[in-house]
Design a protein around this ligand. Structure first.
Ligand SMILES: Cc1ncc(COP(=O)(O)O)c(C=O)c1O
Length: 375
């Protein structure tokens, strides 16, 4: 017989009260919308994927790994972390990496590891909506210090002012999703060099391959200085492996050792490890992707100029623009033209639309569609 007399809820209040539908916020797949456009060729320019497809070297490695799928292959992720250390030319050691089945999973681990009710994180909207979700799911208060209006610059002083004894995490996306803009090195230096020791900064650089490398503040350099900065990379963007699910963080050995405790046994999929290691060596695919972005962005900028549409120069594989008509109307009418684009609203930019930079054919379809829809 239970000795409990009062009514006790089995549900954690902050999870129970959480309203956002995570799947609803994620972009639609081609399979979901194909039937809406009845046999028309569909260009998916809505989820910042690699329009050249997956890294061929990764595909080959994944194919080879299939025969061993009956095995619990990766009790540890040592081979993956050693490959990452080699990829960083030994500047970071294997004990400075934390691997996971995607960048999202790393963000989830950070929220679980560093946040709880009573603690706080800081982010700067418009930005990737997932930081807010995982922080709230762990009961933390989310403090928004918005990007500065106009050019979406980081409000460094505002962030430093918002830090208090309860602050544990700062999320910075650089280059940023959904704006495509980049925070230059001197701005990040001002932030990183003024952080108190109880605050950890995530530098989410999953789009770094597309940034202006001459002034990009690589998290690696802060980590080498021993700063409380965690870099985040993903295999979903330049490597074209969004469906495979692999990502990793790099940081000081102290932070990495702490995060390792959050990994379940046999945490990472064997296909992810083997595909990711092969992708790291697929320089040709990454360069082809970078070159396509460099070649195609000016084409889209010119089209926006011609249409009189405000856009932001992008350091990513997508471009944000101000919608000249109601966002949903433009998104739906473009879908009818066979081009999937995405409202910025979920990522804090209502009234704006994000378009992935496609192949030239896809970009022409986008521009033609826009001209038709906007008359
Ligand atoms: C800024 C940012 N960070 C992290 C991710 C997560 O990437 P993934 O979970 O596919 O590795 C994304 C995906 O779109 C992103 O835009």
């Amino acid at each position: 017989m239970s000795r409990t007399t009062t009514k006790i809820s089995p549900f954690k209040a902050h999870i129970d009260q959480f309203q956002a539908d995570l799947n609803q916020k994620a972009g639609r797949t081609t399979a979901e919308v194909q039937e809406l456009v009845e046999g028309k060729k569909l260009y998916k320019l809505s989820s910042n994927e690699n329009v050249l497809g997956p890294s061929p070297k990764a595909l080959e490695a994944i194919r080879k790994s299939l025969a061993n799928l009956h095995e619990y292959a990766y009790r540890t992720d040592d081979p993956f972390r050693e490959a990452l250390s080699a990829h960083f030319e030994g500047e970071l050691t294997p004990d400075q990496f934390v691997t996971a089945n995607s960048g999202l999973e790393i963000i989830d681990m950070l929220a679980r590891g560093f946040l709880e009710p009573g603690l706080e994180c800081i982010l700067s909207n418009p930005t990737f909506h997932v930081y807010e979700i995982f922080s709230q799911l762990n009961g933390a208060k989310v403090v928004n210090v918005p990007l500065l209006e106009g050019e979406f610059e980081l409000d460094v002083e505002g962030i430093l002012d918002a830090i208090n004894d309860n602050t544990r995490l700062i999320f910075v996306t650089n280059p940023n999703n959904p704006t495509g803009t980049m925070i230059p090195r001197e701005t990040m230096d001002r932030l990183v060099n003024n952080l108190p020791p109880h605050v950890i900064l995530l530098h989410d650089e999953v789009y770094w391959h597309f940034a202006d490398q001459s002034c990009f503040p690589f998290a690696k350099d802060y980590v080498l200085e021993g700063k409380n900065v965690i870099g985040l990379h993903s295999f979903s963007k330049a490597y074209g492996l969004a469906g495979m699910r692999a990502g990793y963080a790099f940081c000081t050995p102290r932070i990495a050792d702490y995060l390792q405790k959050l990994r379940r046994p046999f945490f990472i999929s064997a296909m992810s490890v083997e595909g990711a290691i092969a992708a790291l060596g697929d320089v040709e695919h990454v360069e082809a992707t970078q070159n396509l972005m460099k070649a195609e962005k000016p084409f889209l900028y010119a089209a926006f100029d011609e249409l009189g549409i405000r856009y932001w120069e992008s350091h990513t594989n997508f471009i944000l623009f101000k919608s000249p008509i109601a966002v949903d109307e433009l998104v739906n009418k473009m879908l009818a033209e066979g081009v999937m684009i995405r409202s910025g609203a979920n990522n804090g930019a209502p009234g704006h639309i994000r378009v992935t930079v496609g192949t030239h054919e896809g970009n022409v379809a986008f521009v033609e569609g826009m001209k038709k829809v906007l008359g």
